[in-house]
Design a protein around this ligand. Structure first.
Ligand code: XMP
Length: 530
């Protein structure tokens, strides 16, 4: 068991970011909603330390998040951030005030030479910029606390009671705009909590392989493999643990990108030598989609059909082989946190796009080996396991596939145009991203294109080719920059690249007469068109 930090969530927008920074420092942590903290402490005993997140409330608001004063007798170090700092001050008898000004954005903090020594600020220069976002501030710290820094407008930018292991900062060390923030967090973790940086993905993979073997025992495991990053990493990890007792079912719904189905079979079947069954269900899906034009309806049909195909396959396998007790899912930590299961509470079934809410009568236990990991950690495990970086760093692809990029009715002819134009786009943008990667050494750098695909808006327009009039389809190109798909902006691609893309599509793909570039950010648009 790893020594753990509990990130106590008071509703701040940066709760997951704090947890990711702690993980970047190679320390394991869990996000715990503040309401569940005392109960969890009672049940599990204390962790190596706590970090309180910020939050939108003022300590004076009715019903504002709080913790009982008895919490502070826990005798493990605590670092309060923003609201977490104010709450600590208020609960322990300090004075928090609500002024009529805000400190927002880049603010200077001062740690004058006569301030007390502080391990939290070890090797951090005394004058610094940091990121603030608050109205309330701590005017007088509680008894026993020393102020360790101030700003130009407020007296307490940080305070601590070393004897009790209580530390608090008004600013946000977790955001990149606080340049010394990571160092400060590391000081807390290593020097104050006494932790070592041993949460590595190599250790994780080894421990998980061992855990999976223990959990599964002599049983068998079934997995719906889509070729997406999460299910792929989960499958390879499980295969390392139990070999051929894992069977992967790959439902090819005929709505995949060009060459994708064969690639999945190649990578997992041939390269990793896994037991994988490809169910060729294109005709079934296209028949069900025939005549359907409404986007939500399409999604529902695809989700339901997927379950049916998968269930049939599972039933067949159970009958033939028996002993399939587990269903493997690529659930990751943000899914767990966002669905309210933070802190390892009840297992929450991810309504995974491809599994679309699992059939309840499939009496299998869930195996979710990645449920403690953030996406970047999943990728690191994938690389650790030797999965090719094209797959580990591949762009997201929606479960309903090309159907939601084919506006109006989904037909084989229209899918062919989307597939072929998408292949051209992928070739060009993959090369563009690769060049950026070679220059910066970073996957997903701010300039690189996060997701890119073509859509067929179901519009035909007049053109001229050779000497003849054409009446062919207009193709939309969507290329966006993003961090997590929650917000996005259209990619500022070089004009020459756009020109090459458009020329190639019109010349190489039959049925295309025009190419449009989508200039909509999210919000107000979404990334997909349906
Ligand atoms: P939107 O279009 O909502 O998409 O801005 C945000 C991200 O989610 C992906 N997406 C889906 N992924 N099943 C999925 O697994 C879906 O039904 C689905 N719809 C959208 C989309 O590609 C983008 O990355």
């Amino acid at each position: 068991m790893h020594k753990t930090i509990w990130v106590v969530d008071f509703g701040g927008q940066y709760n997951q970011l704090i947890a990711r920074r702690v993980r970047e420092a190679k320390v394991y942590c869990e996000i715990v909603p503040y309401e569940k903290l005392m109960e969890k402490l009672e049940a599990e005993g204390k962790p190596a330390g706590f970090i309180f997140t910020g939050g939108p409330s003022s300590v004076y608001e009715q019903g504002a998040p709080s913790l009982p004063p008895s919490f502070y007798e826990v005798k493990a170090p605590v670092l309060g951030i923003c609201y977490g700092a104010q709450l600590m001050a208020y609960t322990l008898g300090g004075k928090v005030v609500s002024p009529d000004f805000k400190e927002y954005g880049k603010i200077r903090i001062h740690r004058e030479a006569d301030r007390p020594e502080s391990e939290l600020f070890s090797d951090i220069p005394g004058e610094q910029h940091c990121w603030m976002s608050h109205t309330d501030y701590i005017e007088i710290p509680p008894e026993g606390f020393a102020v360790t820094s101030r700003t130009d407008s407020t007296p307490t930018a940080s305070m601590e009671d070393k004897a009790r292991g209580l530390y608090a900062v008004q600013f946000h060390p977790e955001v990149y705009h606080t340049p010394f923030g990571q160092k400060l967090l590391e000081n807390f973790l290593y020097k104050i909590c006494g932790l070592s940086p041993d949460w590595t993905m190599e250790n994780f993979a080894n421990e998980k392989i061992h855990d999976i073997r223990e959990t599964v025992g002599d049983s068998k495991v079934l997995c719906a493999l889509s070729g997406g990053v999460d299910s792929s990493v989960a499958a390879v990890l499980t295969h390392r643990a139990i070999g051929d007792r894992l069977t992967c079912v790959f439902v090819d719904h005929g709505l995949l990108r060009k060459g994708e189905g064969d690639q999945v079979m190649d990578v997992f079947g041939k390269q990793f030598n896994m037991k994988i069954i490809r169910v060729d269900a294109e005709e079934r899906f296209l028949t069900k989609l025939s005549g359907v034009t409404e986007p939500e309806e399409k999604r529902k049909i695809i989700g339901a059909e997927f379950i049916e195909v998968f269930q049939e396959e599972a039933a067949r396998l159970s009958e033939e082989e028996g002993g399939i007790d587990f269903l493997l899912q690529g659930t990751i930590y943000p899914d767990v946190v966002e669905s309210g299961g933070g802190g390892g509470a009840a297992a929450v079934i991810k309504s995974h796009h491809n599994v679309g809410g699992l059939p309840e009568d499939m009496k299998m236990k869930l195996l979710e080996p990645l449920r403690t990991l953030f996406k970047d950690e999943v990728r690191a495990v994938g690389e650790e396991l030797g999965i090719a970086s094209e797959l580990v760093w591949r762009q997201p692809f929606p479960g309903p596939g090309l159907a939601i990029r084919c506006l109006g009715e989904v037909t084989e002819g229209k899918l062919r145009i989307i597939r072929d134009t998408d292949a051209v786009l992928r070739e060009e943008i993959d090369a563009y991203n690769k060049k950026l990667f070679d220059e910066t050494g970073v996957h997903n750098s701010p300039e690189s294109v996060w997701q890119y695909f073509t859509v067929l808006p179901n519009i035909r327009s007049v053109g001229v080719m050779g000497d003849a009039r054409t009446y062919d389809y207009a193709v939309g190109v969507r290329a966006v920059t993003s961090v997590d798909g929650m917000t996005s902006d259209w990619a500022r691609l070089p004009h020459e690249l756009l020109e090459t893309i458009a020329n190639r599509m019109v010349n190489e793909v039959d049925g295309v007469s025009r190419v449009l570039y989508d200039l909509t950010s999210k919000p107000p648009g979404t990334i997909e068109w349906e």
